[in-house]
Ligand binder design. Structure first.
Ligand SMILES: Cc1cc2nc3c(=O)[nH]c(=O)nc-3n(C[C@H](O)[C@H](O)[C@H](O)COP(=O)(O)OP(=O)(O)OC[C@H]3O[C@@H](n4cnc5c(N)ncnc54)[C@H](O)[C@@H]3O)c2cc1C
Length: 448
């Protein structure tokens, strides 16, 4: 018997683990652990928490549709695994690995427990599009890439020569254990508020929705993606990040759906950025600790609240933060503009903005969010030069000349003319030109 633990792979087909388990031909317990470390502090009620709950509901639905069983338990993954290994004749624990600091330490503890109990520990690699475990040998480099462009060149060759396509094993091909030890099931049962948060979602259509979103994007928007992706007043991008990050859809499915189609190259480049950040999390140990390596003491949180609540007096910033806080969404271009504004014009440490996005983004992902914030704050290996600071008003004028986006999210400014609507209001908390010059001076010192 095996134990398979779902993580960022909330789907029932095209999982590397299922390809592996199909070959074993034995029954297994399929488990999802709701880990209080990851879901505590009200996370389940945040936008990303609700997205997660929706995908969990969908996963349960897919298992039930296939006549299979998924168990959901609440608690410390090590304690739960240990209890299951004691209660059931499990000889192997199978998971998909992840590379955030918490995932690494959790899996080290898990691995130790499993091995100490004389069982086999089998981590597999599923989250990136390219096999980033095999990639270093393919690229024949002793040092990991630090810059996106050469990484992308090698990554593109890898995809042509060594890409491993979607797997055809699905949960239908596996035999799942119906019942687990009753004492254990009640010991690690979901507490009422957690069960409520997970059960509170009425939607069970995650898998279908993710496929619909992808198909619609390919049909209607892919061809023009390169030219229209930054025209954020309308939806021109795929919107699949929230499905990719829970694993409701695999990066392979996204890639294969667009192969050979007009526009695919520009979109694929974005999937390569995703892989680039995942790669950095795997191979650069500083990725998650820049704040400890850099002296950020000249920075301040004085304006954080105004930024976070959309009260800066810069219309495009306030509109974007309003959309984020209300819906959990913000287009990529505006993530860059708001993050640069916070870290540069408002001289705020990037981790505070990162934390706000963590709570509010529907598609929040620790690794990708950090990559975006490092880039905008000119930290990390391949970041925006510290003197290249986006001017929010210019960005707004360029990408949404009619100001439709601002009018939608800040209706009290809707009466302004197309020219006025992009301009800072009279009560703006900083002067764009002066704060830009100050940021260049300060970052020159920080980064020296
Ligand atoms: C400050 C900041 C924070 C960010 N935080 C997150 C986050 O928490 N989670 C997240 O998924 N993305 C994050 N991004 C990246 C990007 O903004 C989103 O992936 C994108 O807006 C999602 O929309 P989409 O699915 O329509 O993307 P599309 O434009 O359709 O792109 C397809 C896919 O490519 C990937 N992708 C696109 N742009 C980027 C990028 N700049 N970097 C890495 N991968 C990318 C995503 O997986 C995306 O779903 C952040 C960017 C910045 C600047």
């Amino acid at each position: 018997m095996y134990l398979f633990i779902h993580r960022k792979d909330l789907r029932t087909s095209d999982l590397r683990a299922f390809d592996y388990l199909r070959g074993k031909d034995t029954e297994g317990i399929h488990l999802l652990i709701i880990d209080p470390v990851l879901t505590g502090g009200g996370r389940l009620n945040s936008h990303s928490g609700r997205n997660f709950a929706e995908q969990v509901a969908s996963l349960l639905h897919s298992y039930a549709n296939a006549g299979k069983e998924l168990h959901i338990l609440y608690g410390d993954p090590v304690q739960i695994t240990e209890a299951l290994l004691q209660a059931h004749p499990i000889d192997e624990v199978v998971v998909h690995a992840d590379y955030t600091p918490y995932s690494r330490s959790r899996d080290e503890r898990l691995q130790l427990t499993v091995r100490n109990m004389g069982r086999h520990w089998k981590p597999l690699f599923d989250v990136p599009l390219a096999d980033l475990e095999a990639f270093p040998a393919f690229s024949r480099r002793s040092e990991p890439y630090k810059v996106f462009t050469p990484f992308y060149r090698m990554w593109s060759s890898y995809m042509l020569q060594s890409y491993s396509p979607m797997g055809d094993a699905a949960v239908d091909h596996l035999t799942t254990v119906r019942e687990i030890n009753g004492k254990l099931a009640s010991q690690f049962a979901l507490p009422e508020p957690v069960a409520g948060a997970l059960g509170g979602t009425t939607s069970v259509g995650g898998a279908m929705k993710s496929t619909d979103a992808l198909e619609r994007f390919v049909r209607e928007r892919l061809a023009a993606y390169a030219v229209s992706r930054d025209a954020y007043a309308e939806d021109h991008t795929s919107g699949i990040a929230r499905f990719l990050n829970t694993g409701a859809i695999s990066a392979r499915q996204a890639y294969e759906a667009t192969q050979g189609l007009p526009g695919a190259e520009a979109w694929l480049r974005q999937l390569a950025w995703r892989d680039f950040y995942l790669y950095q999390a795997m191979y650069h140990e500083d990725y998650f600790r820049y704040e400890q390596l850099t002296d950020l003491s000249p920075l301040t949180d004085a304006y954080l609240e105004a930024w976070a609540t959309g009260a800066t007096g810069i219309p495009i910033i306030d509109a974007a933060m309003t959309q984020l806080n209300r819906t959990g969404q913000m287009p990529n271009r505006l993530r860059m503009v708001t993050a640069m504004f916070l870290t540069k014009n408002l001289l705020c440490p990037f981790m505070l903005g990162e934390q706000h996005f963590r709570i509010h983004l529907s598609d929040y992902d620790n690794t990708l969010n950090r990559g975006g914030w490092l880039w905008c704050s000119s930290l990390g290996y391949d970041a925006a030069p510290y003197f290249r600071i986006m001017n929010p008003s210019t960005q707004s004028r360029t990408h949404d000349p009619d100001g439709d986006y601002i009018r939608r999210w800040l209706p009290h400014l809707a009466h302004l003319s197309d020219k006025e609507i992009h301009q800072p209001l009279s009560n703006a908390i900083v002067d764009l030109k002066a704060s830009r010059a100050r940021a260049i001076d300060v970052y020159k010192t920080i980064l020296k």
